[in-house]
Design a protein around this ligand. Structure first.
Ligand SMILES: *[C@@H]1O[C@H](CO)[C@@H](O)[C@H](O)[C@H]1NC(C)=O
Ligand SMILES: *[C@@H]1O[C@H](CO)[C@@H](O)[C@H](O)[C@H]1NC(C)=O
Ligand SMILES: *[C@@H]1O[C@H](CO)[C@@H](O)[C@H](O)[C@H]1NC(C)=O
Ligand SMILES: *[C@@H]1O[C@H](CO)[C@@H](O)[C@H](O)[C@H]1NC(C)=O
Ligand SMILES: *[C@@H]1O[C@H](CO)[C@@H](O)[C@H](O)[C@H]1NC(C)=O
Ligand SMILES: *[C@@H]1O[C@H](CO)[C@@H](O)[C@H](O)[C@H]1NC(C)=O
Length: 674
C-alpha cells in the first residue's frame, strides 16, 4: 500500500505526458497508420481525408499489401519513406512475343499510368533500364510533348543481339541477350517500346523480348530470363514530391497549400522533376508534413550517432557536450575528459615554475654576456673592415653552430679542424675550418681574409665567408668532394691514377700556385705546399687550400721560424736562413711532383735519400726515374719521365736561384700534358 501511494503522483505525471502527446495524432485520427507492415504517414494515407491529393494508398485486403491508388494496373508498395521522399514499388515488365511466322502476336508496353497528379518520378539514381532479347531494341519514352519531332520528351534505350543460343552469358548484361543503361531524371512513365527485328532461328531459345526498369542493385541477368514469365514485376524506386507548385519559393507564398507545415522543418526543391519536398531541420526528426511533426532529437540518448565523451546535455535542435569542471579535453565530442591537475601535480608545477623563472633569469644574463663577448670578438677580429668586402659573407655564430659538431668533423690536424655541413637552405655544401691560431695573430686576420677574398682561381679553394663572433675566427670554404691528393695517393684503397690525370693534377696545381705568386697585386706565398693541401673536386680538378699560414710568414718573420710546416716538404734553405721566398713554395711543389709520380710518401724512410740535397743533379734525376710508380711506368714514354725528372730536380735544387719560378713550372707541365 505505501509503495502505491508513493508511486501515485508519478503515475499521474506519466498519464499527463502521454495525453499531451496525443494531439499530433489527432490530425490524422481514424486513419490506418500501416498496411501489411508498412507505415503509412501523411501526406500518404488510406481512406478519404487521410491523404494529400495524389498520395492516396489503397490497402488491398486480400493481398494485405498497400498499392498506389489511381493507377491503371495495381502497383504494390514495398517501402515508403517520408525522410528520403522515396517509395519502392513493383512495376510490370513490358514484352513482345513472336510466332513461327516471325510476327509479333502478343505484347504489353508495361505502362501503369500513375495518377493524374503525377507526384511520382522514376528515380534516376536508384534504377536502371534493362532490355532482354536476342535481336531487339527496347526503349522507354516519357512525358508527352507537342511540337517536337517525336511524341515524347524522353526516349532512351539499347540494343541486344545473340549470334546463337550459347552467346548469352549468365551475369553479363553487355549487349548479348541483355543490355542495360542508366536513365535520365524526370521519367514519369513505365511505358516501353520495341523495334521489331527478325527472330528467325532464335525462336526456340528467345521467343520474346522484355524491357523493364529495375532497382540498380536488384537485377542480374540469367539466360533463363530469355524465357521470363510475362507477368513478372520488378522492384523500382520512385521519387515523390509535392508537385502542385514549381519550387519552394513559390510554394511558400501560398500558406494554405504549403506542405511543410511543421515548425522546425525545411523545404527543398525536388531533384527529380518539378516541385519540392519537406524535411525536418537539423536536430529534429519526424514528419514535416503534419503540424508539430518535427520533434527534437534527444542526442544524448543516441551515443552512436551523436558521440559525446563528456557530460551530454540535450538542447532544442542540438546538444551540448562538456567536460565536468576540473577536467578537460581538446574535443569532448570525441576525446575523453581528463582531470585538469591533481594536487600533487599542482605543487610540482609550482615548484618547477619557480625554478624555471630563476633559470630563465640566469640564462638571460649569461646570454647577454655571451652577446657582448661575441661583439668584442667581432671587433677584435677585424669585423668592421671585413664587412666592407662584398665577396665575403659574414656568418653569425648560430648559423654555423649546427655544423661544428663532432659527427660532421672530416679532418683534423695541426691547423685545427674541418667540418662538413650545409648552408643556404641546406643546399650548398661547405667545409668549415676552425683553425688553431694563436690569439695574438687574430688582429691580422682581417687582412688575411680580405686578401683571400681577392683570390679567384679555379685551382684555388674558394673562401665563401667567415665567422668573427668567436675567439678564433672560423672560415667557410667551398666543399671539395674528392678529398686531398694525399688521400688519393696513399689511401689504403687507392684508386688507379693514369699518367694523364697525374700530369693534369700537377699542371693545374702549379697554375694555382703561380697565380698566387705572380698574377695578383699582392703576391701570396703558400708556405705549406704538400699533397694534403691540394684538394680534388669531382672531376679531379685540383684546388690549392690552406693559405692561412702563408700570409703570416711574410708579415711576421719571427713567427715563421716556428711554423708547423711539414719537414718532408720544407725548403732546407728556409730552415737554414729563416727567409721564406716564392722559391720555398717551388721546393715544396717539387716534392709534391715527386710524390705524384712515385706514389711514395716524401717522408718514407726508404726514399729519404731522394730528398737529401747532398746528391748531385745527375744522381737525383736517375733515382727519380728508377722510382716511377709501376702503374704509369709501363705506359708513359721515357721522354716524359726524363722531362719530369728534370723539373723535379730543378725544383729541389739547393741553389735557390736554380729553381724555376712557379709560372715556369706550370707552363712546362702543361706542355708535357700535351
Ligand atoms: C486486391 O488484390 C487482388 C489480387 O491481386 C486483386 O484481384 C484485387 O482486384 C485487388 N483489390 C483492389 C481493391 O485493388
Ligand atoms: C532530410 O535530412 C536528412 C538528414 O539531413 C537527409 O538524410 C535526408 O536525405 C533529407 N531528406 C530529404 C527529402 O531531403
Ligand atoms: C502469327 O501472328 C500473326 C498476327 O497475329 C498472324 O497473322 C499469323 O497467322 C500468325 N502465324 C502463325 C503461324 O500462328
Ligand atoms: C555465330 O553462330 C554461327 C552459327 O551458330 C557459328 O557457326 C559461328 O561460329 C558463330 N560466331 C561467333 C563469332 O560466335
Ligand atoms: C530484389 O527485390 C525483390 C523484391 O523486393 C526481393 O525479394 C529480392 O530479394 C531482391 N533481390 C536482391 C538481390 O536484392
Ligand atoms: C500553388 O499551388 C496551389 C494549389 O495547387 C495553387 O492554388 C497556387 O496558385 C500555386 N501557386 C503557384 C505560385 O503556382
Amino acid at each position: 500500500m505505501p509503495t502505491m501511494l508513493i508511486l501515485l503522483p508519478y503515475l499521474l505525471l506519466m498519464a499527463l505526458i502521454a495525453f499531451s502527446a496525443t494531439p499530433e495524432a489527432e490530425s490524422t485520427s481514424g486513419c490506418p497508420d500501416s498496411c501489411g507492415g508498412i507505415a503509412i504517414q501523411y501526406p500518404f494515407g488510406i481512406g478519404t481525408g487521410c491523404f494529400r491529393k495524389g498520395f492516396e494508398i489503397i490497402c488491398n485486403q486480400s493481398m494485405n499489401k498497400p498499392v498506389l491508388a489511381g493507377t491503371t494496373k495495381p502497383v504494390p508498395v514495398n517501402y515508403l519513406s517520408i525522410r528520403t521522399a522515396e517509395a519502392r514499388v513493383m512495376l510490370p515488365v513490358a514484352w513482345q512475343c513472336f510466332n513461327s511466322s516471325d510476327t509479333v502476336y502478343a505484347w504489353s508496353d508495361g505502362d501503369v499510368k500513375f495518377n493524374d497528379e503525377e507526384v511520382y518520378r522514376i528515380s534516376d539514381t536508384n534504377n536502371q533500364l534493362v532490355v532482354i532479347g536476342c535481336n531487339t531494341m527496347g526503349y522507354t519514352q516519357s512525358q508527352q510533348s507537342e511540337g517536337n519531332d517525336y511524341d515524347y520528351g524522353y526516349y532512351t534505350g539499347c540494343m541486344c543481339y545473340c549470334n546463337n543460343s550459347r552467346s548469352p552469358m549468365d551475369g553479363a548484361c553487355a549487349g548479348v541477350g541483355c543490355c542495360r543503361l542508366d536513365i535520365p531524371p524526370g521519367l514519369t512513365d513505365n511505358r516501353m517500346s520495341f523495334n521489331q527485328y527478325t527472330r528467325k532461328g532464335r525462336l526456340v531459345y528467345s521467343p520474346c523480348d522484355y524491357a523493364f526498369l529495375v532497382d540498380r542493385h536488384n537485377y542480374t541477368f540469367h539466360t533463363a530470363d530469355l524465357k521470363m514469365n510475362i507477368n513478372t514485376m520488378k522492384p523500382v524506386w520512385l521519387d515523390w514530391a509535392i508537385r502542385d507548385n514549381l519550387t519552394c519559393n513559390e510554394a511558400k507564398k501560398d500558406a494554405e497549400s504549403y506542405a511543410c507545415v511543421s515548425p522546425n522543418s525545411e523545404c527543398r526543391d525536388s531533384s527529380n522533376g518539378i516541385g519540392y519536398v519537406c524535411n525536418c531541420s537539423m536536430g529534429y526528426e519526424g514528419n514535416p508534413y503534419i503540424a508539430n511533426g518535427c520533434t527534437d532529437i534527444n542526442e544524448c540518448e543516441r551515443h552512436l550517432e551523436y558521440p559525446c565523451r563528456g557530460v551530454c546535455r540535450n538542447t532544442l535542435g542540438s546538444y551540448e557536450c562538456k567536460c565536468r569542471s576540473g577536467s578537460h579535453s581538446a574535443d569532448p565530442f570525441s576525446d575523453p575528459c581528463n582531470p585538469n591537475f591533481p594536487l600533487a601535480a599542482k605543487i610540482a608545477i609550482g615548484a618547477i615554475g619557480g625554478f624555471f623563472i630563476v633559470a630563465v633569469a640566469v640564462f638571460v644574463s649569461l646570454l647577454s654576456k655571451e652577446k657582448r663577448k661575441m661583439k668584442d670578438y667581432f671587433r677584435k677580429n677585424g669585423g668592421p673592415t671585413i664587412e666592407e668586402v662584398q665577396k665575403i659573407k659574414l656568418f653569425r655564430k648560430k648559423e654555423l653552430e649546427h655544423i661544428l659538431n663532432r659527427s660532421n668533423c672530416i679532418g683534423q690536424g695541426g691547423f685545427g679542424e674541418v667540418y662538413k655541413g650545409y648552408i643556404r637552405d641546406e643546399t650548398q655544401p661547405v667545409a668549415v675550418k676552425k683553425p688553431k691560431i694563436d690569439v695574438k695573430l687574430a688582429g691580422q686576420f682581417a687582412n688575411e681574409v680580405i686578401i683571400q677574398s681577392r683570390v679567384l682561381h679555379k685551382n684555388i679553394v674558394k673562401l665563401i665567408g667567415c665567422c668573427l663572433e668567436v675567439d678564433v675566427p672560423i672560415l667557410v670554404y667551398e666543399y671539395v668532394p674528392n678529398g686531398s691528393l694525399d688521400r688519393i695517393l696513399h689511401d689504403s684503397n687507392r684508386l688507379p691514377l693514369n699518367l694523364d690525370l697525374r700530369l693534369q693534377i700537377a699542371a693545374q696545381s702549379a697554375k694555382g700556385l703561380a697565380y698566387m705568386h705572380s698574377e695578383i697585386t699582392t703576391p701570396i706565398l703558400h708556405g705549406d705546399v704538400k699533397p694534403a693541401n691540394i684538394l680534388l673536386d669531382e672531376d679531379f680538378v685540383p684546388k690549392i687550400s690552406d693559405f692561412g699560414t702563408s700570409r703570416m710568414i711574410t708579415v711576421d718573420e719571427n713567427y715563421a721560424s716556428t711554423i708547423i710546416g711539414n719537414w718532408g716538404y720544407m725548403d732546407p734553405e728556409y730552415v737554414l736562413t729563416g727567409l721564406y721566398t716564392s722559391k720555398s713554395d717551388v721546393y715544396s711543389f717539387g716534392v709534391v711532383l715527386l710524390e705524384l709520380i712515385t706514389r711514395k710518401k716524401a717522408l718514407d724512410p726508404d726514399n729519404n735519400i731522394i730528398l737529401g740535397n747532398s746528391l748531385d743533379t745527375y744522381a737525383k734525376k736517375k733515382r727519380v726515374i728508377e722510382l716511377v710508380d709501376p702503374e704509369i711506368a709501363a705506359i708513359g714514354n721515357t721522354g716524359i719521365f726524363h722531362s719530369l725528372a728534370e723539373i723535379i730536380v730543378q725544383c729541389l735544387s739547393s741553389d735557390v736561384d736554380q729553381r724555376p719560378e712557379m709560372a715556369d713550372v706550370a707552363e712546362r707541365l702543361q706542355y708535357l700534358l700535351k
